[in-house]
Design a binder for this molecule. Structure first.
Ligand SMILES: [Mn+2]
Length: 229
């Protein structure tokens, strides 16, 4: 049994395509997506169509939530709000409906371990940034599983916290660790590891350029850093 975890695609369809191609060659049995299908990059319908076609269970991220329930507003970011405002007008109605039905969490078992997945964290499943975890974090939230997997920070993580394990697959669509290759996570009965996959950044950059988005939003994809970084 091999499971792939993807997250934070953010409308970057070429990155998703490359990752799914790699997942095919890995012979993966099940793929899960931890949310943030929308935001940042403009190929949101292509991304959502693909997740729907492949019936990939996908969670609600904070960008997905903002688009569906807060009129596209993310208070802490003018850039994100500007982009989501456009995406709110551009998303296909059936995809928007699919997006707003995304659950906040999912769980699965693999070998003897029980896994729980959210976009954010145990405090706030949609919009919590997990930076530091220790055993107390898990016990404080009466965590009943062995492994927690979350996205949102776009930072690759694989660490022990007492008897618990914390994993973050990193981001498919907007890596922020100085490596522009798309990131995802693989899990088997015996191992948990990240993979990086190169993709055609030009394709998403050209699509953004054509739609008149400002270069600072997509030029960072060539360097694998945060907007403004
Ligand atoms: Mn997020």
């Amino acid at each position: 049994m091999k499971i792939a975890i993807i997250s934070d695609i953010h409308g970057n369809f070429p990155a998703l395509q490359a990752v799914l191609k790699d997942i095919n060659t890995e012979g993966v049995d099940q793929v899960y997506c931890l949310g943030d299908m929308v935001g940042y990059y403009c190929m949101i319908d292509e991304v959502i169509d693909t997740l729907r076609e492949r019936e990939i269970p996908s969670l609600m991220g904070n960008h997905d939530y903002a688009l569906c329930f807060s009129n596209g507003v993310i208070e802490r970011s003018k850039t994100c709000t500007h982009i989501l405002g456009r995406q709110l007008r551009e998303i296909r109605p059936d995809n928007r409906e699919w997006l707003q039905r995304r659950p906040a969490g999912l769980e699965f078992k693999l070998a003897a371990e029980s896994y729980f997945c959210v976009h954010g964290g145990l405090e706030d499943p949609v919009d919590e940034y997990i930076n530091k975890v220790d055993e107390d974090y898990f016990t404080r939230h009466a965590f009943v599983h062995d492994v927690l997997i979350s996205g949102h920070t776009h930072q690759l993580r694989n660490e022990k916290a007492g008897k618990f394990t914390y994993l973050n697959p990193g981001s498919v669509g907007q890596p922020r660790d100085g490596n522009p290759e798309a990131a995802y996570l693989l899990i088997t009965e015996t191992a948990k590891w990240h993979k990086r996959v190169p993709y055609e950044v030009d394709r998403v950059a050209d699509a953004m350029k054509e739609k008149g988005y400002e270069p600072y939003i997509y030029e960072i994809l060539y360097r694998g850093v945060k907007i403004g970084g």
